[in-house]
Design a protein around this ligand. Structure first.
Ligand code: SF4
Ligand code: SF4
Length: 325
């Protein structure tokens, strides 16, 4: 039987996750729990349920269908339209994910997050935009969550994409066994390596794990003959100080091998609806998005060290250079 993993989304025409137009494949499950996470639906490795309260008519069909008494009873719909309404439809402590409520919901207010997909099904979807890849130097980016949680699947998916002549990027946080990362990395044309913080205490506070394995893996990767783009999410109050970025630039310049590019990704809060749909609090809810223009001074630090560096990670500055190869 074909192996399947949970996929939260296959997003077409992405432009900030590798060169050219890309199709991003998001796998579910991540060993880190970054407090600012922009894709909270990818953290839990199990299927979850979105409740989109603005679509809910409070018909009560989910309540009748639930065998575990895990649904809050209907309320006046005008209440749930208020931003202040905090009660989620599903009582997660009782839910056993049978998905019967999703099946009966007539309005699409309840949706399953995480669909099991096999490699052929994913690649057939990715193939739809081959013309755009050919014209832009794009391809498939395997992301998450953390793809290295699914070692064999990730390795085979990237390998089979390559055998179809699709350019591949692996987006990883690097928190995994080195041998696993090495195997998967060999099937990728570019590694997009997320670097959250060099200080392990701060890293643990905001992501739930220490950073030693991550930094060790980055050093080893840099010595491999694989292209690496380090991606730094710049989070207000966490890692946005200029002195910190001078320190990172020194650190990256001192790695045993080379880094091909550095992307500074400004914190944003476009994901806050997802936290609401999942019924989760988000400590960054009231933190304003960071103006990317404020990172001009940060990006210059990396350029002074001789790095190719961008704000936002656009893949289109790569397009012309790759076309002329
Ligand atoms: S998934 Fe099943 S157990 Fe969970 S709330 Fe829905 S019907 Fe109830
Ligand atoms: S079945 Fe759907 S529309 Fe009806 S109360 Fe439940 S979530 Fe709302």
């Amino acid at each position: 039987m074909e192996r399947k993993v949970l996929v939260t989304d296959i997003a077409r025409f992405c432009v900030n996750d590798g060169p050219g137009f890309r199709t991003n494949v998001y796998l579910k499950g991540c060993p880190l729990h970054c407090s600012w996470c922009h894709n909270p639906e990818t953290i839990d490795p199990e299927p979850e349920i979105y409740w989109k309260r603005r679509l809910c008519t409070q018909c009560g069909k989910c309540l009748d269908a639930c065998p575990k008494d895990a649904i809050n009873p209907p309320v006046d719909p005008s209440l749930t339209r208020s931003e202040k309404y905090a009660c989620h439809k599903i009582i997660r402590s009782r839910c056993e994910s049978c998905m019967k409520c999703v099946e009966v919901c007539p309005s699409g207010a309840l949706q399953i997050v995480g669909q099991p997909m096999g490699i052929t099904e994913i690649l057939d979807e990715v193939e739809r935009d081959r013309l755009f890849y050919d014209n832009s130097g794009g391809g498939m980016t395997l992301s998450g969550g953390e793809p290295t949680l699914h070692v064999r699947f990730a390795e085979d998916l990237l390998g089979q994409a390559r055998s179809r002549s699709i350019h591949t990027c692996l987006d990883t946080n690097g928190h995994c066994v080195w041998e696993d990362l090495e195997r998967i990395a060999r099937e990728a044309d570019i590694i997009l390596f997320d670097l959250k913080h060099l200080d392990t205490r701060k890293h643990r506070e905001q992501t739930g794990v220490n950073n030693e394995i991550i930094l060790e893996n980055l050093g080893k990767l840099s010595s491999m003959s694989v292209e690496i783009w380090v991606r730094i999410p710049v989070i207000p109050g966490f890692n946005d100080a200029l002195d910190y970025h001078r320190h990172v630039a020194d650190y990256l310049a001192g790695l045993p091998g080379s880094i091909d590019r550095i992307d500074l990704l400004a914190y944003h809060n476009w994901c806050q609806d997802k936290y609401g749909w999942l019924g989760r609090d988000w400590i960054y809810r009231d933190v304003e998005a960071l103006d990317p223009n404020l990172l001009e001074v940060h990006v210059r630090i990396y350029r002074k060290h001789g790095f190719r560096a961008t704000i936002g990670g656009s893949g289109f500055e790569e397009m012309e250079s790759r076309r002329s190869l």
